[in-house]
Design a protein around this ligand. Structure first.
Ligand code: NDP
Length: 256
């Protein structure tokens, strides 16, 4: 086996039309994986698929809102038929967040955050399990956040969904090891994507954050995608149940 290759490898990456998910799709596909992705916006998904085809990358896609249980089942049916019942990699990336003081969080806000970030991660993992097992060598990677590890104002419920994701990682790592499925998680700091564009346009915010980060800059999607790829490669075969922080050193910085 080639420990640095995705030859004959199939992957599902949720939320691949923008941001971190987009970079993960390209990273896995460039190294040889056949990748399926999804998003809610059909026009944007088709534009991405056309671009990837022109780049000679093997990527397919489905329109799916991962906050909907029925749509999650439909997505996994698509994956099952396209990849003939075998899936090597599941990246639970699709997620959402917004800043709101915890005292202002409505039941609707709560439902949106938990269904998109957490229900989807649990349910898609459940649905993928038979396919991951059938592949003979499976990997699940969750996209968490440093908000799961340190307290940050106005992100309480978002952070709670990510903290739950870290623990889900540890549980699946133990429960599914016998099926030769590993589970790991990455916890990025602030990464420049459409999700946090408003924050990145706030110069005061960027200056304050940059000052906290030993590497002296916010993150880019290409700071995250290669780490996710590594966690899915045979090269990391003894790494299981870990939360890998990708934040330029922000959360270990005791100076500021
Ligand atoms: P973006 O909003 O930039 O991109 C999100 C992608 O997911 C888009 O392709 C979007 O397409 C898709 N998506 C969003 N909601 C759904 C849904 N309900 N169903 C299906 N697809 C969906 O986000 P990021 O790339 O910034 O974030 C990706 C993940 O990384 C999230 O889980 C986020 O919490 C996490 N993260 C982000 C950080 C950051 O600083 N950016 C830091 C730490 C973690 P569409 O809207 O068309 O459906």
């Amino acid at each position: 086996e080639d420990r640095w290759s995705f030859r004959a490898t199939t992957a599902l990456v949720t939320g691949g039309t923008k941001g971190i998910g987009h970079a993960i799709v390209e990273e896995l596909a460039r190294f040889g994986a056949a990748v399926h992705t999804c998003s809610r916006n059909e026009a944007e998904l088709s534009r991405c698929l056309q671009r990837w085809e022109a780049m000679n990358l093997k990527v397919t896609g489905s329109v799916c809102d991962v906050s909907s249980p029925v749509e999650r089942e439909k997505l996994m049916e698509d994956v099952k038929s396209i990849f003939h019942g075998k899936l090597n990699i599941l990246v639970n990336n699709a997620g959402t967040g917004f800043q709101r003081r915890v005292t202002d969080v409505t039941p609707e806000d709560f439902k949106l955050l938990t269904s998109t970030n957490l229900d989807s991660a649990v349910h898609l993992s459940q649905l993928a399990h038979p396919l991951l097992k059938a592949s003979g060598s499976g990997n699940v990677v969750f996209i968490s956040s440093i908000t799961s590890l340190v307290g940050i104002d106005t992100l309480a419920v978002y952070a709670a969904t990510k903290g739950a994701m870290n623990q889900l990682t540890r549980s699946l790592a133990c429960e599914w090891a016998k099926d030769n499925i590993r589970a790991n998680c990455v916890a990025p700091g602030y990464i420049r994507t459409p999700l946090i564009e408003p924050l990145c346009e706030n110069e005061e915010f960027v200056a304050k954050e940059t000052n906290r980060i030993p590497l002296g800059r916010l993150g880019e999607v290409d700071d995250v995608a290669p780490v996710v790829a590594f966690l899915c490669l045979p090269a990391s075969r003894y790494v299981n149940g870990q939360v890998v922080v990708i934040d330029g050193g922000r959360t270990v910085n005791g100076n500021r």
